[in-house]
Design a protein around this ligand. Structure first.
Ligand code: NAP
Length: 230
């Protein structure tokens, strides 16, 4: 049975590569992009990888109205989401004592609020149908064990995303798998040109978690397909 995966921030960086790899594995992809035109352009580029199986939707994960409109559009188009990849994120500069209010709010809405409300929108359907995969794209900078590095707005929200991963995994059972992934340091607009990994490697563990078998892990945090500490 063909599964459908929704990938936030699917228009560039790691998200774009996750879309490409999922298509290669035969999934249908809902490529969610803040700007519809960016998503449509990427869908055309992915043509050779099966663009017939790409549905592009506009989605600003920081905006509750946009999440509502996206879920309504998918319902109208009769698209059920089996796999949710919460990939979109921002990494604003600033520390606990100097991060401005607007930026702090935006980081919370994007990196935590987006995944939270998208989980609320799509996981109930997964539970009803008895199958689901949720992958929260996190970072070692959100890990206590990894030292909570990086700017405060990023580190705090990724740590909270890790907590959200654990809480959701506690609430679901059966063939619903909920995990967090750290892609490593990847050459993207966020990671910068000096990063050690290409997007292919960065996407690998995310795609593995998105397509886990029924006996796969749930409630874990992984990099390079290996558990890492919270
Ligand atoms: N690169 C690394 O080294 C690294 C390391 C650890 C974790 N990660 C994680 O990996 C994921 C992908 O990062 P990346 O390196 O691919 O970053 P990126 O190149 O900066 O891409 C970020 C993506 O998120 C989207 N986005 C940001 N705010 C959004 C919003 N409000 N609504 C919808 N989309 C939004 C961007 O869309 P626009 O084009 O519209 O801005 C873009 O598609 C993130 O969760 C990041 O925290 C990355």
């Amino acid at each position: 049975m063909k599964r459908t995966a929704l990938v936030t921030g699917g228009n560039r960086g790691i998200g774009r590569e996750v879309c490409r790899q999922l298509l290669r594995r035969g999934l249908r992809v809902v490529l969610a992009s803040r700007r519809l035109s960016d998503g449509e352009e990427v869908a055309r580029e992915l043509c050779g990888d099966g663009a017939a199986d790409v549905v592009v939707v506009p989605l600003d994960v920081s905006d509750a109205a946009s999440i509502g409109a996206c879920t309504e559009e998918l319902t109208r188009r009769d698209v059920q989401v089996d796999v949710l990849v919460n990939n979109a994120a921002i990494c604003p500069e600033g520390g606990v004592l100097d991060l401005d209010h607007e930026t702090a709010e935006r980081a919370l809405r994007t990196n935590l609020g987006g995944p939270f409300w998208l989980i609320r929108a799509f996981v109930p359907g997964m539970v009803r149908r008895g199958y689901g995969r949720v992958v929260n794209v996190s970072s070692e900078w959100g890990s206590f064990g990894g030292g909570l590095g990086g700017p405060c707005g990023y580190s705090l929200t990724k740590a909270a995303l890790n907590a959200l991963t654990v809480k959701l995994a506690q609430e679901v059972s059966g063939d619903i798998k909920v995990n967090a992934a750290c892609p490593g340091w990847v050459r993207t607009r966020m990671g910068g040109a000096g990063a050690l990994r290409g997007v292919e490697q960065g996407a690998e563990t995310i795609v593995w978690l998105a397509t886990l078998a029924s006996d796969g892990a749930s409630g874990g945090f992984f990099r390079d397909k290996q558990p890492i500490s919270w």
